[in-house]
Design a protein around this ligand. Structure first.
Ligand SMILES: [Zn+2]
Length: 126
């Protein structure tokens, strides 16, 4: 009849304590595809942890929160090899600088094209 040794527990109930402060569970299925061979530490670990870093812009000590990492990798689909290098202020400054550079660049191209093409459509801004 029923075997007494049959009642062994399923070991798959492994439960990582992802509720610990400064962590967030990682869902590898949501990550951006990557060509890298290595497995990111947060995937191997199964969750993100708060990560201290020094801002490359102003050298201030910052913490990249586990929840921000989860958002960056799983929602914004950031490259799994990318990480935080700038604080919020420097990131904004950098973005503005980049936007401006891009705008100048685009305008520069537009001007060149205009020179080659006909000269109308000049006052169409706003
Ligand atoms: Zn900074």
């Amino acid at each position: 009849m029923a075997n007494a040794t049959r009642a062994h527990k399923d070991p798959r109930g492994i439960c990582v304590s992802v509720n610990a402060a400064g962590t967030a569970p990682c869902n590898p299925l949501l990550l951006a595809p990557s060509n890298s061979y290595g497995v990111p530490s947060f995937v191997a670990r199964g969750y993100y942890v708060d990560q201290p870093f020094t801002c490359v812009g102003c050298r201030s000590e910052e913490v990249w929160r586990a929840t921000q990492q989860k958002w960056w990798y799983e929602v914004a689909k950031g490259n799994v090899e990318s990480g935080a290098i700038r604080c919020r202020n420097c990131r904004r400054a950098e973005r503005e600088r980049r936007d401006e550079a891009r705008r100048d660049h685009v305008e520069g191209i537009a001007k060149k094209k205009k020179k080659k093409k006909k000269k109308h459509a000049r006052n169409q801004a706003l």
